[in-house]
Write a protein that binds this ligand. Structure first.
Ligand code: AMP
Ligand code: MG
Length: 536
């Protein structure tokens, strides 16, 4: 089709793996297959709201291609190109700690794989109609959740966090009914489709499903496929039937997961639904649902109202949950490894690896070359100090670089002014920064500055290094909601503006200070800003 001829499809997943013999979207349990062929459902009036040129380029498309009618038609699910092979994949998963059986791509349809300038990418529509895995749901997505997924995928990428990408965001011209808080208030909302892009969308749950069904041969075949397609470097100097390959693979999945979660903790991201079906074996952040960004630093915070009771997926619990999820993956691939102790060891090593990532990350955020055991009290006290009164995590860390050890001499303890005076914009209740609380914060800042002085790093170098890991702009929950409100009223301009600002999250951008401010009071309790459900 004119406009998209640059897309070079090579559909390895469907070519090499067994398909469900039935096609179409009739709901069913499948056996002996990884996927079912199913087409996107055409929509009434597709309208492209936004696209990411960086992602278009990954698959060989230009600005001109993205502006074509063909692009809007294809990426809203209205037209299927001849070389595509649309399908939904089958996976299971543990949801909130319980085995849920077959889940699968209920509203995601893989269009095919494109060989782009930097390698293979799978194109996936989310919200393009039901698949065999839609269970009782409609296979659709609303604008609200689609804006959130589109903006956050790209924001995370530009923050340096491993993630699936988002190519496009399109309105369908149809209405989709959702009960946002599941409290008996269903209402129609604009329907939308996002095209997600990743080298692969393989989840822990794909392996779990095959293991749960006792399909040992298919488990092995899918493992071999995954290694060849997504982890080919593991075959350097090793044959595909090397007995140590499954363990080497699992070790790498653990390592990638540790790195990903450490990044989440660095930027203050709470995934919100870390079910094993939402964990990518590539260590990519996947499935942006009721995620949220920490505004005031609260390790126990979760944005997900569906998880309000147990707070299983709260901010500080994410590393432990990642390990729990890896344990489920280990159970699934146990038949390939054949013995438990090496898998148990790999899970223990995950903790070591995560802690190494975490220490390196904290060290970088604080502007140090590395941390030693002697820094433990400084780190522990930082965690406490951030919770003394509502403290904006992003603003606090970003402001540390503006404190210099020279201020230790200018602001001697006890004269009223202290380093904390330069951080007041990070506090939600500045009046609470008084008395003992204020003294304790100041004491920490002074200890931090003493440590910074010992470090002896040139100020310029320190500034560049700290500003490269402590973002100025993140997708604050209320900013996404403002963009949604406007888009629902017919104006997508704030989506574009946020998309643009979040391309350079570490760079001061003139005239964009309104995107780097703390959450306004009205957003403290508003649905969509501080509270989100799985409804999407
Ligand atoms: P999630 O919590 O978004 O990761 O979704 C869990 C499961 O529910 C996955 O299998 C999804 O594909 C499926 N699902 C969620 N929403 C819908 C929907 N509107 N239509 C069909 N399937 C859905
Ligand atoms: Mg999911």
């Amino acid at each position: 089709m004119a406009g998209l001829s640059a897309l070079a499809f090579d559909n390895r997943f469907t070519r090499e793996l067994p398909a469900d013999p039935i096609t179409g979207s009739a709901r069913r349990q499948i056996r002996g297959a990884l996927y079912s062929r199913v087409s996107p459902t055409p929509v009434v009036a597709p309208e492209l709201l936004a696209y990411a040129i960086e992602v278009a380029e990954l698959i060989g498309l230009s600005e001109r291609d993205c502006a074509s009618d063909a692009f809007a038609q294809v990426f809203s699910g209205n037209r299927v190109l001849a070389d595509m092979d649309p399908h939904a994949t089958c996976y299971g998963g543990h949801q909130f700690g319980n085995w849920a059986g077959q889940l699968g791509d209920g509203r995601a349809i893989n269009l095919g794989e494109v060989i782009g300038p930097d390698g293979r990418q799978t194109l996936q529509l989310k919200g393009a109609g039901p698949t065999p895995y839609a269970r009782t749901a409609d296979g659709l997505a609303v604008l609200r959740s689609s804006v959130r997924e589109f903006l956050c995928s790209e924001a995370m990428h530009h923050l340096g966090v491993p993630t699936t990408r988002a190519l496009s965001l399109a309105l369908t011209g149809e209405r989709v009914v959702r009960d946002i808080l599941y409290d008996g208030h269903p209402a129609p909302e604009p329907g939308a489709v996002v095209c997600r892009v990743a080298p692969s969308f393989t989840r822990f749950g794909h392996f779990q499903m095959l293991a749960a069904r006792g399909e040992a041969d298919l488990l092995r075949a899918f493992f071999d496929y995954t290694v060849a397609a997504d982890f080919p470097h593991l075959l350097d100097g090793r044959s595909a039937d090397d007995a140590k390959l499954p363990l080497a693979w699992f070790t790498e999945v653990c390592e990638r997961t540790a790195a990903m979660v450490a990044h989440w903790m660095r930027v203050g991201f709470v995934h919100g639904v870390m079910n094993t079906d939402n964990m990518s074996v590539l260590g990519l952040t996947i499935d942006y649902g009721p995620y949220g960004w920490l505004e005031d630093y609260d390790p126990n915070w979760t944005p997900n109202t569906t998880d309000a009771a147990g707070r299983r997926y709260r901010f500080a619990h994410q590393p432990a949950i990642a390990q729990w999820n890896l344990l489920q993956l280990a159970n699934a691939i146990y038949p390939l490894v054949g013995e438990a102790p090496p898998l148990e060891q790999a899970l223990k090593d995950f903790e070591v690896s995560y802690m190494a990532h975490w220490r390196a990350m904290m060290s970088a955020k604080l502007g140090f070359a590395s941390l030693t055991e002697a820094d433990t009290p400084l780190l522990d006290e930082l965690d406490a100090v951030l919770q003394l009164t509502e403290t904006d995590m992003t603003l606090f860390y970003r402001a540390l670089v503006d404190l210099s050890p020279d201020q230790l001499d200018q602001d001697p303890l006890g004269d009223g002014a202290g380093p904390v005076d330069r951080l007041m914009h990070a506090y939600y209740r500045p009046d609470e920064v008084a008395g003992e609380r204020r003294e304790r914060i100041d004491a920490w800042l002074r200890a931090y500055l003493m440590r910074t002085r010992q470090e002896g790093r040139p100020a310029d170098e320190r500034r560049v290094a700290m500003n490269a890991v402590n973002p100025k702009y993140v997708l604050r929950n209320y900013l996404a909601q403002l963009a949604i409100d406007k888009a629902e009223a017919g104006d997508p301009s704030l989506i574009h503006e946020l998309q643009d600002v979040l391309r350079r999250p570490y760079t001061e951008q003139s005239g964009k200070d309104q995107f780097a401010e703390k959450r306004p009071e009205w957003a403290r309790t508003r649905v969509g800003c501080s509270q989100l459900s799985c409804s999407s």
